[in-house]
Write a protein that binds this ligand. Structure first.
Ligand SMILES: NC(=O)C1=CN([C@@H]2O[C@H](COP(=O)(O)OP(=O)(O)OC[C@H]3O[C@@H](n4cnc5c(N)ncnc54)[C@H](O)[C@@H]3O)[C@@H](O)[C@H]2O)C=CC1
Ligand SMILES: O=C(O)C(=O)Cc1ccc(O)cc1
Length: 377
């Protein structure tokens, strides 16, 4: 498949994006936002290419890399990590434009950077590893957004031999992400990502497995699994292939972390067995103290949404009053949840916004209408 009905002619600098899913599509959109560029998209799924073309994320579509990477000024590999490693081998076998920057978006960096040292050292190409530390449990190009990485950390892992000017050149390409770039050693990156993203993902998936097993005996359990359970397991709905690869490529970090996790579980188990009330309370107090101290307004690997809480009295139509105020001011919400809705007590609505600015506007206009509104982390 090769199909070019481009608005952005070939005279422009060229970006090749391999893997047009959530992240490849979002990076392409953010590049488009700040550069006059011809974007060539490569994916094994023709439907993703068609969608990317229809959404004007790419100018031309290919199902293999040969035709489109050779004259590219920047190549972005946005496939699951094991495929990214294969792509790097394939790219290194092709003639490339002198000075091309190659980067990836994978959630692990150690194995990718090791491979890049062997493959690209002798070529007139610069490989700089990348990991935008924001995303979603949804996959696929249809979920792509040019502002997905706004305010998020974007890790870059340049090899030691890479000139600082090349890193700056990559940042300029990616400036439309509006992300906060941070340079990290690849192994340190994997340790940190293992702790804030990969281990929590394993735990979330394991909680879901436990629930699913119990639900076989108690069918009502699925209906009860709302609120907190859904919050902490949301990420378990993510792409299994992507997460399989993350575990495979970060095994050195994750195996000791899982040992540590199991030993923590054993400690708590002993505290319960021994009826150690003080120890149990300390366990939760220390976690609360640390959690309460985490920065709240930054986007992390596990993004905090921009939530607003509204006290509401128990009367019919109260939800539409709140949403009506927001609609009157043109403010969109991404989610709404009733946190407390028992009879005779004041309820709480949790409203989620896409951006901090929307939350602030929402807060101002609801307060002006005498609602009691607050932000709680
Ligand atoms: N989903 C997320 O929240 C985040 C993901 N990442 C990383 O980004 C990468 C991509 O993840 P997503 O965009 O979420 O996945 P996705 O599943 O939305 O997209 C991956 C795309 O790669 C394509 N693909 C697979 N094999 C291919 C091949 N051999 N040649 C060409 N295309 C191929 C698939 O068809 C798909 O369109 C992964 O390495 C992941 O670790 C990084 C940050 C956040
Ligand atoms: O959906 C979420 O909360 C995520 O945590 C998304 C995510 C997945 C993988 C990454 O490497 C970074 C971010």
């Amino acid at each position: 498949m090769a199909n070019d009905t481009s608005e952005h002619p070939r005279g422009y600098p060229k970006a090749a994006v391999i893997g047009l899913g959530l992240i490849g599509g979002s990076v392409a959109l953010s590049i488009r936002a700040r550069h006059q560029v011809h974007i060539s998209g490569i994916d094994v799924h023709e439907a993703s290419l068609r969608m990317a073309k229809a959404l004007e994320i790419i100018d031309e579509a290919h199902t293999s890399i040969e035709e489109s990477v050779q004259d590219a000024d920047i190549i972005i590999i946005a496939t699951p990590v094991s495929k990214t490693m294969e792509m790097m081998d394939e790219i290194a076998r092709l003639p490339l434009k002198a000075g091309v920057i190659i980067t990836d978006v994978g959630s692990t960096k150690g194995t990718v950077m090791k491979k890049s040292e062997c493959l690209f050292r002798e070529k007139e190409a610069t490989f700089i590893g990348g990991h935008p530390m924001a995303g979603s449990h949804k996959s696929g190009v249809q979920g792509s957004r040019g502002d997905l990485f706004e305010n998020a950390f974007y890790c870059l892992t340049p090899g030691e031999e890479v000139d600082g000017a090349e890193v700056e050149r990559l940042k300029r390409w990616l400036t439309g992400t509006n992300a906060r770039f941070i340079e990290l050693d690849p192994n340190l990156h994997d340790l940190l990502a293992g702790s804030v993203s990969h281990l929590p993902h394993i735990v979330a998936a394991s909680l879901v497995h436990q629930l699913a097993e119990l639900q076989q005996h108690h069918p009502v359990l699925g209906d009860l699994a709302a609120g907190g359970f859904k919050d902490i397991t949301r990420i378990a709905s993510a792409n299994p292939i992507m997460w399989r690869d993350i575990l495979v490529h970060n095994r050195h970090v994750l195996l000791p972390m899982m040992e540590r996790w199991q030993s923590d579980m054993q400690t708590i188990q002993s505290l319960i067995e021994e009826g150690d009330d003080t120890g149990l309370q300390r366990f939760f107090s220390e976690a609360k103290q640390y959690r309460d101290g985490l920065p709240s307004k930054k986007k992390g690997a596990i993004p905090s949404f921009y939530d607003l809480f509204v006290d509401v009295s128990d009367h019919p139509g109260v939800i539409s009053e709140v949403t009506g105020v927001l609609a009157d001011h043109g403010i969109s919400i991404t989610n709404i949840r009733i946190m407390e809705a028992r009879e005779d007590i004041t309820g709480v609505l949790r409203l989620s916004f896409r951006k901090e600015a929307d939350r602030q506007k929402g807060m101002d206009c609801l307060e002006a209408e005498q609602f009691s509104v607050y932000i709680s982390e």
